[in-house]
Structure formats: structure tokens, C-alpha cells
Design a protein around this ligand. Structure first.
Ligand code: FMN
Length: 217
């Protein structure tokens, strides 16, 4: 009898070894998430600028304007189009002292000198950089002509001011722009020394890159 019980126990153990210990069924895994790539289109950008060649402060006679150099760098870094504001009747002297006199008269008369050429269709741009040399602590008056003639479209845009100067920095370009063009979104501007535009272009480019990378548009 004892032997029979032992046989039965042995058989039971063998059965449990075969049928038991089934690996637990694997929990269903969630389907792999499809990678979501954000479809953000690059903004369409225009750089509008005014700049002079001829004799300029601290740099002597130049054939490539300081602000033009900065504007071109911005365009290269952002893939923007460029539009230069050129005077319709180029009455600006090529000697520094005379130019300062002409500019001073325009400012005191609150003049609106006409500019030449056809402005590109501004409606197609999301962001417009606007730059000029500081003249007597302000935008050159020809830039106010541009602002006022295009205010309706500019007021719906994101605007980014920039200046070249020889000590006055941005000279309130941002504040004055916001006053001239009511309703526009105005981002942080950048001021660069005119002399650096001629003589320290690597460092100017670094400043321009750093500034652009901090802009959220
Ligand atoms: C008419 C005139 C007025 C200027 N007024 C100022 C000024 O108020 N503050 C300043 O820092 N630089 C002043 N500058 C220096 C210019 O802003 C600087 O040389 C600028 O880089 C010139 O740029 P552009 O070559 O693009 O014309 C003046 C220059 C001119 C010709």
C-alpha cells in the first residue's frame, strides 16, 4: 500500500511538472507610437534697410555702407529677401560734415524724403527687419517715409529693428517704430557699431547670429 501511495504521488508530481509552470501570458504591449513631426513652415522674411557710402564717421570713405553690411548678414542668416531704401533724388552729400548738416535740416523740418523703386509686396512676409544708421539720435527721416507709406501692412507684421551707430546704440529705434506703426509686434532690436561692420565682421556675424537665435517669431 505504501508503495502504491508513493507511485501515485510520483505520478502527480510528474503531471504537475508537465502541465504547470506555464509561462505567464505576456501582457499586451501598446502599439508603437507614430512619431509626430511638427509641420512648422519657415517664416517668410524681408530685410528693409537704408545705408550710405562715401565718407562716414570713424571709417573714412567706404564703398559698402555699414548698415548694408549688417542687413546682408541678417539676410544670409535668415534666408530673407532684401530691400534697400534708396532716395528718389539722391541729395545726400558724400562728405561726412555736409551729410550731417543735411540730415539735421531734414530732422528739424520733420521732412519725409521720397524713396525710389518699387517696394516688394509686403503682405507676403511674416517678419520684416528694419534697419538704418542712427542719424542725430533717431531713424533717418527717409525711414519714416517708408514706415508711413506702408503702415497699413506693416502694422500687421512682426517687425525687428536694427541700427548701426558710433556710440548711441539703438537710440530708441524700437520705441519710435512702435509709435510710427501702431499695432505691429516689435521684437528686440540689435545695435552694432558701424566701424565693426567694416573691420570686425566675424564678431558682428556672431552677434547677429546670437540675436537672431534668441528671437521668437
Ligand atoms: C548724419 C549723421 C548723423 C549721425 N548721428 C549719429 C548719432 O546720433 N549717434 C551715433 O552713434 N552715430 C551717429 N552717426 C554715425 C552713424 O550712425 C554710423 O556711422 C553708421 O554706421 C553709418 O551707417 P551707414 O554706413 O549704413 O550709413 C551719424 C552719422 C551721420 C552721417
Amino acid at each position: 500500500m505504501k508503495k502504491l501511495i508513493m507511485i501515485l504521488l510520483g505520478a502527480l508530481l510528474m503531471l504537475s511538472a508537465c502541465s504547470g509552470n506555464k509561462p505567464e501570458e505576456e501582457a499586451p504591449q501598446p502599439a508603437p507610437q507614430e512619431e509626430v513631426t511638427e509641420q512648422t513652415e519657415d517664416p517668410s522674411i524681408l530685410v528693409v534697410y537704408f545705408s550710405r557710402t562715401g565718407e562716414q564717421y570713424t571709417v573714412g570713405v567706404i564703398d559698402h555702407g555699414n548698415t548694408a553690411i549688417m542687413a546682408e548678414m541678417i539676410a544670409e542668416e535668415t534666408g530673407a529677401d532684401l530691400f534697400e531704401v534708396l532716395p528718389e533724388d539722391d541729395h545726400y552729400p558724400m562728405t561726412y560734415d555736409e551729410l550731417t548738416e543735411t540730415a539735421r535740416s531734414e530732422q528739424s523740418e520733420n521732412a519725409r524724403p521720397a524713396y525710389a523703386g518699387e517696394v516688394p509686396d509686403l503682405t507676403q512676409y511674416d517678419v520684416i527687419f528694419l534697419g538704418a544708421p542712427v542719424w542725430w539720435g533717431d531713424w533717418p527721416m527717409i525711414m519714416y517715409t517708408f514706415f508711413e507709406e506702408n503702415a497699413a501692412v506693416l502694422s500687421e507684421k512682426t517687425l525687428v529693428p536694427f541700427s548701426t551707430h558710433e556710440g548711441s546704440g539703438l537710440s530708441g529705434f524700437d520705441r519710435k517704430l512702435s509709435k510710427a506703426i501702431d499695432g505691429a509686434t516689435i521684437l528686440e532690436g540689435l545695435a552694432i557699431r558701424g566701424n565693426d561692420c567694416q573691420n570686425r565682421q566675424d564678431s558682428v556675424r556672431e552677434s547677429v547670429k546670437e540675436w537672431i537665435s534668441g528671437l521668437t517669431y
